[in-house]
Design a binder for this molecule. Structure first.
Ligand SMILES: [Zn+2]
Ligand SMILES: [Zn+2]
Length: 288
């Protein structure tokens, strides 16, 4: 019963939050930040495109736009918020039974807040880089991650084209380490907005790699190779796994940019038979 109540509360709580977000534009507003950053990056694609022949409304533009709002808002609305609240409750109960009151192993609260945010960004990005590699290495996880790789014409909105299961995998793996250093979800706002901008740019039709900063920041000219249909023989499971930072790929030998990737074919083996509609793509991994 307690869990049902948690689910119900999360549901109505999130719905009220979403309505409030849309009707109350203010600085800490995810909805308008996502919208604004999307318009900004799309505007750049229109004004200074890398592939000049690519239409501003490219193939799957609207589908990916739908994924953007589904993954960012609706999935939280209909499921993730509720599930994660239950998950956290169960997890804390389990810890309680084991006699553990508090997970915090390292007190970050004592540090200045910009240092805290920076440390959190670094740790979260490294965990996500590892999680992304797992999505490529573990066959059943790859079935879910294929959806992100099914984009055939690259543009900013492909950033949030992924199966909702990825949200669960990423957040679950990230939760314990971040909880151990005492971070709460509410601290994420600025970090989250910065990662949305970098992620949008990574997928944008832009000829950018930020000069020497390319060794630190992931960028469009690097990430396009992550989506290449054909992988180099030396890296059959993939290359350039970076989310916001490219530094992990350079440190661990998975950074590969064989040539200018402007016109390479994107996708994966046998992607010709992959479903092209939302419902088909949602169901696909469960058929395997
Ligand atoms: Zn990938
Ligand atoms: Zn991508």
């Amino acid at each position: 019963m307690q869990y049902l109540k948690t689910i119900g509360d999360a549901y109505t709580g999130y719905w009220n939050y979403l309505v409030y977000e849309i009707t109350h534009p203010q600085v800490h507003n995810y909805f308008y930040w996502l919208l604004g950053l999307s318009v900004l990056v799309w505007g750049l694609e229109v004004v200074i495109p890398w592939r000049k022949y690519q239409k501003p409304i490219r193939r799957d533009f609207w589908l990916d736009g739908f994924y953007m709002f589904f993954n960012f808002f609706l999935f939280s609305l209909i499921g993730y918020n509720a599930l994660s609240n239950v998950g956290v409750e169960l997890f804390n109960q389990l810890l309680g039974q084991l006699g553990i009151e508090n997970l915090v192993a390292l007190e970050v609260q004592a540090l200045p807040s910009w240092v805290q945010l920076f440390v959190m960004f670094l740790i979260a990005d490294f965990i996500q880089w590892n999680t992304h590699r797992l999505l490529h290495r573990v066959p059943w996880l790859w079935e879910f991650h294929k959806l992100h790789h099914s984009v055939k014409e690259m543009g900013f909105a492909a950033h949030l084209r992924f199966h909702w299961m990825e949200t669960i995998v990423y957040k679950t793996i990230q939760y314990i380490p971040l909880a151990m250093i005492g971070f709460g979800i509410q601290d994420f706002f600025i970090v989250h907005i910065i990662t949305v901008l970098i992620g949008h740019l990574n997928h944008a039709n832009l000829n950018w790699s930020y000069g020497p900063l390319k060794y630190i920041l992931n960028n469009p000219k690097m990430h396009i190779w992550h989506h290449a249909k054909e992988m180099p023989e030396t890296h059959p499971y993939g290359i350039n796994f970076g989310i916001s930072l490219s530094i992990w790929d350079y440190l661990f030998g998975t950074a590969v940019i064989p040539k200018d990737g402007k016109d390479i074919e994107l996708g994966f083996e046998e992607d010709e038979t992959y479903p092209e509609d939302f419902m088909g793509q949602m169901a696909e991994p469960f058929k395997k």
